[in-house]
Design a protein around this ligand. Structure first.
Ligand code: NDP
Length: 247
């Protein structure tokens, strides 16, 4: 019996990058997967790939920054799969700029998707998880939520917020046997980091003791652990996946 057999996992931003690797990792452990993304087409493509690998996967289009979308997404997943066991809040964006130049909309968009989006999805998922008296929530934060980063005041603040939200939710939901944890990736090669300049990349690498960028699978394996019963006695924690960048 596989460790996530019969479990239903919802992954936001699951169509590509780290989210897609998480979908594949959880599917490989027997989970049934709800792939959520703003873009329906990419979500469909990922769900179809998972189906070809034998996974019971479906796709849903939702903008996590909208409370209504988050509510509908959970409602539809429950209608289709009959249950929800694991929520992975992975959807995230960057709108980098120096503080002095940062536009109000760059601040607002990043907070809306990364922080409010995580809140919206947790809020919408809480009722069914409480009813089931079990569940796992894993939020994707970032090391810059702990250490800050020049040019990413909005993003760092959103990820620091995700860490505070994780700990508060962990305390509120512990009595219902729902564990809430976060992973904080460092520098992981995806489309998001593909936008970084060579200089920024070198700067990151110089601070990584393992001296290589991470790959999405490095994050996905840690998420799988926190989403499994092996992590039943772990809650409110932030696990850095960063090659040793933050110690
Ligand atoms: P990508 O940009 O590669 O993927 C992000 C995914 O989220 C995309 O599928 C995107 O959809 C989706 N998404 C964006 N906005 C929304 C929204 N409003 N509602 C639903 N889905 C949305 O990012 P990564 O894979 O690199 O990052 C995944 C997570 O990991 C993010 O939270 C990021 O902050 C975090 N992280 C990444 C690090 C890295 O080094 N890459 C380091 C630390 C943290 P679409 O394709 O339609 O835009």
């Amino acid at each position: 019996m596989q460790i996530l057999q019969e479990k239903v996992a919802l992954v936001t931003g699951g169509a590509r990058g780290i989210g897609k690797a998480v979908c594949e990792e959880l599917a490989g452990c027997g989970a049934r997967i709800a792939v959520v993304d703003v873009a329906a087409e990419t979500a469909r493509a990922t769900a179809e790939e998972l189906q070809r690998q034998g996974c019971d996967a479906r796709h849903y289009s939702a903008d996590v920054s909208s409370p209504q979308d988050a509510e509908n997404m959970i409602k539809n997943v429950l209608a289709d799969f009959g249950r929800l066991d694991i929520l992975i809040n992975n959807a995230g964006i960057t709108r980098d700029n120096l503080l002095m130049r940062m536009k109000e909309e760059e601040w607002d968009q990043v907070i809306a998707v990364n922080l409010k989006g995580t809140f919206n999805c947790i809020k919408a998922a809480t009722r069914p998880l409480i009813k089931a008296r079990s569940g796992k929530i894993v939020n994707i934060a970032s090391v810059v939520g702990v250490m800050g980063n020049a040019g990413q005041a909005n993003y760092s603040a959103s990820k620091a917020g995700v860490i505070g939200l994780t700990k508060s939710a962990a305390k509120e939901l512990a009595s219902r046997n729902i564990q809430v944890n976060a992973v904080a990736p460092g520098y992981i090669e995806t489309e998001m980091t593909g936008k970084l300049s060579d200089q920024a990349r070198e700067e990151f690498l110089s601070h990584i003791p393992l001296h290589r960028p991470g790959v999405s699978e490095d994050v996905a394996r840690a998420v799988r652990f926190l989403a499994s019963k092996d992590a039943d006695y772990i809650t409110g924690q932030v696990l850095n996946i960063d090659g040793g960048m933050v110690m």
